[in-house]
Design a protein around this ligand. Structure first.
Ligand SMILES: [Mg+2]
Length: 270
């Protein structure tokens, strides 16, 4: 897909973080120079991660590396779901399975219940504190018809220690299999909800947005299904041989984000 050059303005950029800007505890070579250049050149940019952690943590990590970043420049699967619920169900009573930090992010704005008959929305998220008691509460709430949502649906995740661990798909799967309900809404990439929010934030239509990320199943699929241009970087989980055979092949493949300025210049967008 080619970007339209409407009014000669620069396209918006949706930037993944894990595997794209850093991997585990290490910054990817050239990433900071690239991000600095994007900001100085005037590209509208938003960070978008499926990791449902607090945006403050990621913003301060970028700031610590000399790239001053405000928390509202970082959208996570949690902030997307929270913004959505505030808009459509602001008085919903929630139950979060099974990550205390994700629950804490919703706490200032929502009420919670552990009584299955009083729960309006079950939120599936990373299984850091998954236990039988919580699973049973969520299962019973779903049986009685509570709404079933998830921050993200990533099967696994590479922890800061560099080890692959199960992620929210494990919780969704446990609830779907036991309750025989299907998850109704997943907030993170590749959702349409996330696409609508980034378009609003960047003030660009999908044809003027590039999505940069390392994951074919989230980042590239997100771009492809929502009419945006995808740039796969090979510094994370996605591989070049998989990209060719993927149901949503990327529009561009780069060895790393360090090559992004050259790509944008070649496309006459900088
Ligand atoms: Mg990633």
């Amino acid at each position: 897909m080619s970007l339209s050059a409407a009014a000669g303005r620069r396209p918006g950029l949706v930037m993944d973080l894990d595997g794209t800007v850093w991997i585990g505890g290490r910054m990817i070579a050239g990433a900071l120079d690239c991000l600095r250049w994007l900001k100085e050149t005037g590209f509208p940019l938003v960070y978008l991660t499926n990791n449902p952690v607090r945006p403050e943590g990621y913003a301060s990590r970028l700031s610590m590396h000399g790239l001053p970043t405000e928390p509202d420049e970082v959208m996570t699967a949690s902030t997307i779901l929270k913004d959505h619920l505030l808009e459509v169900m602001p008085r919903a009573r929630l139950f979060v399975l099974a990550d205390a930090d994700v629950r804490a992010q919703f706490e200032p704005d929502f009420a919670f219940s552990e009584d299955p008959s009083a729960i309006d929305v079950v939120i599936a998220t990373s299984p850091t504190a998954l236990d039988h008691a919580g699973l049973t509460i969520a299962f019973r709430a779903l049986q009685r018809g509570a709404r079933f949502m998830a921050t993200n649906a990533d099967p696994s995740w590479v922890s800061p220690e560099g080890v692959e661990v199960p992620h929210a798909a494990a919780v969704i799967g446990a609830l779907e299999a036991s309750s025989r309900r299907a998850v109704e809404l997943v907030a993170g990439k590749p959702s349409r909800l996330a696409a609508e929010l980034v378009q609003r934030r960047l003030d660009r239509p999908p044809t003027e947005i590039l999505v940069v990320g390392d994951n074919l199943h989230t980042d590239v699929r997100f771009a492809s299904e929502n009419g945006m241009t995808s740039v796969l970087v090979l510094t994370g989980v996605g591989r070049r041989d998989e990209a060719a055979a993927a149901p949503h092949p990327p529009d561009h493949i780069l060895e790393s984000i360090a090559e992004l300025p050259a790509l944008l210049r070649a496309r006459s967008e900088a």
